[in-house]
Design a binder for this molecule. Structure first.
Ligand code: PMP
Length: 449
């Protein structure tokens, strides 16, 4: 299949958007690490299901039964997509990766003897902040190029192994696109009696994931993902995790649909996954996510990876040739297949937020700028000293964000094309030349990070 064929699998790609100069242009989305446009298969699945949706698990009518069937089929699809077995793992639906990690943090059976969680310095805040307060957090350090320092991981396990209950690590970084060796880390974690959770928000849309059976020492205990990063709409996240964990303990959300029997004084909770799905579920969201997964499987995750590596290598080659582009992380096109197509960079002499704003307002190109919800990682990549970080923190406390460090990030999806990368590079050159209006500069200078 050529890149153009992949575009034909998507909906809404050819919608023109207004530019500052009043013209219209087909939108170029290079911000897939944030959110992705829908697959047509997703749109079709929603269209087919909408006339039929009704109460799930709570009704005997035809539509209600059909909805229950659709919801449970979606659950099975997610398990299958992640290579998990229904008797060992369960799939709990929720809102997004952030919610699901927060919920695992509340549900995970930390004990006084095993009270530690290992995260890394490259985590999205969603896989850092939820652990603070519920466990003692250890952080794996990074190498100078921003990769995980596995020797440090090993030494943390050696020193604290008997107290580590869980390793919570991203499968792929939303900043550098680095892939972490999740199965090797899983094996090491299991060897000391710990479990592992993979934040697959970035990994799942781009690589096959095989959670494996619990007997396999390299299996994954928990995997978390978001539908809106894998070509289905917002509002659906999935947590696939060990059935034994979710078959006991107190659910964090409480309400209808999760009990066997309730008296004024007693509650008999039901089993997994219903125990952790209080209230009426987002059935349409689950159906949409399952449809996206089925379509990705039809393309083939190996083909997804191959195609995106080609785009990434193409972009790296072009960007490497430009002296005023400072790329972070791995910039070698020959290793494009060993990482995701997430490229963080700075444009010499132009603030990151301005570059992103001009790309959006004047060139119709969507990227992200700032710290990508991974402040510790950005501070590491930008070599910001602790003293400088403290100075910035104090200024921000006073409401002054001008010194907030940051980068811009271009991130590719299955439907992107080399021509879009050309347009991006040309737009960067125009911005570098000062060839833009930038009348909104004051507004964007105080933007969100
Ligand atoms: N983890 C990673 C690695 C991410 O990239 C993101 C989204 N940028 C999240 C977690 C949070 O995902 P969501 O906003 O869907 O909760």
């Amino acid at each position: 299949m050529t890149p153009q064929n992949y575009r034909s699998l998507f909906s809404g790609l050819d919608v023109p958007v207004p530019l500052l100069n009043g013209k219209q242009q087909v939108y170029i989305n290079l911000d897939n690490a944030a959110s992705t446009p829908p697959l047509k298969a997703v749109e079709d699945a929603i269209d087919r299901f909408l006339p039929y949706y009704s109460s799930v698990h709570r009704g005997t009518g035809f539509k209600s039964q059909l909805s229950t069937h659709a919801y449970e089929s979606a659950r099975r699809k997610v398990l299958e997509f992640l290579g998990a077995r229904e008797d060992e793992h369960t799939c709990i639906f929720g809102k997004n990766t952030t919610e699901m990690i927060n919920r695992l943090a509340k549900r995970f059976p930390f004990t006084p003897e095993r009270d530690m969680v290992i995260v890394s310095l490259m985590e999205h805040h969603s896989n850092d902040l939820p652990w603070r307060g519920v466990a003692k957090v250890l952080r794996v350090g990074l190498l100078s190029d921003g990769r995980l320092n596995e020797d440090h991981f090993d030494s943390l396990l050696e020193q604290y192994g008997s107290r580590v209950a869980l390793v919570a690590i991203s499968g792929a970084s939303n900043v550098t696109g680095y892939l972490n060796p999740i199965h090797r880390l899983a094996e090491k974690a299991h060897r000391v009696g710990a479990q592992i959770m993979v934040d697959a928000a970035q990994l799942a849309p781009h690589r096959a994931i095989a959670m494996g059976v619990l007997d396999d020492p390299a299996h994954l205990d928990y995997v978390v993902l978001s539908a809106h990063k894998m070509y289905a709409p917002f509002g659906t996240g999935a947590l696939v995790g060990r059935k034994d964990t979710f078959s006991r303990g107190e659910p964090d959300h409480r309400g209808g649909g999760q009990v066997e029997f309730v008296t004024e004084d007693e509650v008999e909770w039901t089993g997994a996954p219903e125990r952790d799905e209080a209230g009426s579920p987002n059935t349409i969201g689950a159906v949409a996510l399952a449809a996206a997964m089925s379509q990705l499987e039809r393309v083939g995750m190996d083909e997804v990876a191959r195609h995106e590596a080609e785009l990434t290598a193409y972009a790296l080659e072009k960007l490497n040739a430009i002296p005023w582009v400072r790329l972070f992380g791995d910039r070698d096109p020959a290793r494009a297949s060993e990482r995701l197509g997430v490229l963080p960079m700075q444009i010499e002499g132009v603030p990151h937020f301005l570059v992103a704003a001009v790309l959006g307002y004047e060139f119709g190109i969507g990227v992200r700028s700032g710290c990508f919800c991974a402040h510790p990682y950005l501070l590491h990549l930008l070599e910001v000293s602790p003293a400088d970080a403290e100075r910035v923190r104090k200024r921000i406390l006073k409401g002054d964000r001008r010194e907030m460090p940051g980068m811009i990030r271009a991130s590719f999806g299955l439907y992107n094309t080399p021509e879009e990368i050309d347009a991006f590079v040309e737009a960067l050159a125009a911005i570098r030349r000062g060839d833009y209006e930038g009348v909104y500069y004051q507004d964007v200078a105080t933007g969100e990070y």
